[in-house]
Design a protein around this ligand. Structure first.
Ligand code: FRU
Length: 473
């Protein structure tokens, strides 16, 4: 095993060693972005869950810090979120030597008992800015709800946030096939206020990693609920869905009626996405685990000493399209000023780099001398991503199938836009990961490819042209 190799992303977070899955505890505080993550440092496959910790000033360059939460025997620290209890609503703040109050950081996580698969919600407090944590002695703060035949077996991933309408704390938790909502004044005592389930019969997966965030619109506040679908053999592909609606009286109601769920991404590698608390920007910012759980334990990055990396941080907007309100995503922190090359249809590239593609129709390919290539095909109505010939495939049974290697999405039309619009697409290549933000981010795809040697050529046909920005670490 080696830590050198061309698959490891340089400008997207991956752990120095071992395994990573969901982002946890995303919070901005005093100029620093904190990214905690599901982590097993001792192997490159999933194992007893820790919370790893990384920090960044710009959301692009990350520094890994010491582990924040450790498992205790069969008690694993599953996914969750972080709040800064500025006003000491919990009463858990401490007095500093000078008499001032140290407000705590509160990490909410799922207490997963591996034997028997029992799950409840707990909290741990930090008094040193989120580096070390002490478990709250009164845990769990939410016990496992009852279900038919015993306690509910899947009850996890608390996302806690301050509700701007009520000033109270709210929590959303995945509870088997739904999301439960809770309310609290002090972060320690929680009351169930409502729950939401979708009506899509074919989506039989257990829910995970829910999040709930408000957007200001000209028609007042709209809320978006996110939920990831757990991986299970024989069930639909694990993906992240979202619902647009209202959050009133402690419960969520969807307002957009669609034939299938709305997806945050049309690629295969965007899962468990959640947003930052205390985000200083006007738009919310999300980070996701950039590997599909279906094959995450087998991806070839294992030979470079790690498995699991994150998407770019993305800012979210709710855009009015001819089909209703839809999310758009843009990467944060990659705003290069000067292109290294513009109006190109053929150029040498190296990872990491960013391409901005313009035109109306054609194919963009990233390729190498071994004949491997990853393609994005743009037509007036559709965008197709194709990784059938992009690199290694046989490390896992699903990866090379048609379902997991080629996918098309209908292009959305913002209200008032013309149907022959420019593709206005940003593509970021960084090691094994490619991010495609098409139509200014209305259709976003996150895709892992595992070429034998790096892609060193970008080319377009049709009327597509691109600008190239070389990104430096
Ligand atoms: C989603 C998930 C969560 C859980 C965590 C365990 O990927 O299964 O529901 O908290 O991963 O690592």
């Amino acid at each position: 095993m080696t830590n050198e190799g061309h698959l490891r992303p340089e400008l997207h977070f991956s752990p120095h060693r071992g395994w990573l899955n969901d982002p946890n505890g995303l919070i901005f505080h005093n100029g620093t972005w904190h990214l905690y993550f599901q982590h097993y440092p001792f192997d490159t496959v999933w194992g007893p869950m820790h919370w790893g910790h990384a920090v960044s000033r710009d959301l692009v360059h990350w520094e890994e810090l010491s582990i924040a939460l450790y498992p205790e025997g069969k008690l694993y620290r599953f996914s969750g979120s972080m709040v800064y209890d500025r006003d000491n609503t919990s009463g858990m703040g401490r007095t500093a030597p000078d008499g001032s109050m140290i407000p705590p950081f509160a990490a909410f996580y799922t207490r997963h008992i591996e034997t028997g698969h029992l799950e409840s919600q707990g909290v741990a407090f930090s008094y040193d800015g989120g580096v070390t944590f002490e478990d709250y002695p009164g845990n769990p703060v939410i016990v496992t709800p009852p279900a038919e035949g015993g306690p509910l077996s899947d009850f996890r991933d608390p996302k806690v946030f301050k509700n701007p309408d009520t000033g109270l704390w709210n929590m959303t938790v995945a509870a088997k096939y739904r999301s439960n909502f809770y309310e609290s004044r002090d972060l320690l005592h929680w009351t169930l206020t409502g729950s939401f389930a979708h009506g899509f019969r074919e989506i039989t997966n257990v829910w995970a990693c829910t999040d709930l965030i408000p957007f200001e619109t000209e028609e007042g506040c709209k809320w978006v609920l996110f939920a990831s679908m757990e991986n299970k053999e024989g069930q639909p592909e694990p993906r992240t869905m979202y619902f647009v609606g209202r959050f009133e009286g402690g419960t969520f109601t969807a307002e957009e009626k669609t034939e299938e769920p709305l997806w945050i991404d049309f690629g295969w590698d965007n899962y468990a996405g959640v947003t930052f608390n205390d985000c200083p920007f006007p738009d919310p910012v999300m980070i996701s685990w950039a590997v599909n759980p279906r094959y995450a334990n087998q991806v070839p990055t294992g030979r470079e000493g790690f498995r699991g990396h994150m998407t770019s941080a993305r800012r979210l907007r709710l855009v009015k399209t001819t089909e209703g309100r839809r999310l758009s995503f843009r990467p944060v922190g990659f705003d290069a000023e000067q292109a290294d090359l513009s109006d190109a249809s053929n150029a040498s590239i190296s990872s990491p780099c960013l391409l901005h593609i313009r035109g109306t129709a054609g194919t963009l390919s990233l390729a190498n001398e071994q004949g491997e290539h990853f393609d994005v095909v743009f037509t007036k109505d559709e965008i197709t991503i194709d990784r059938r010939f992009a690199g290694e495939q046989d490390f896992q049974a699903d990866f090379g199938t048609e379902e997991y290697s080629r996918r098309s999405v209908r292009r959305l039309l913002p209200e008032g836009a013309s149907a022959d619009r420019d593709v206005d697409t940003t593509l970021i290549l960084d090691g094994c990961m490619i991010e495609v933000y098409a139509d200014a981010g209305l259709e976003t795809a996150t895709v892992n490819t595992f070429p034998k040697i790096p892609y060193d050529l970008a080319k377009t046909d049709g009327d597509l042209r691109f600008s190239l920005y070389r990104l430096t670490k």
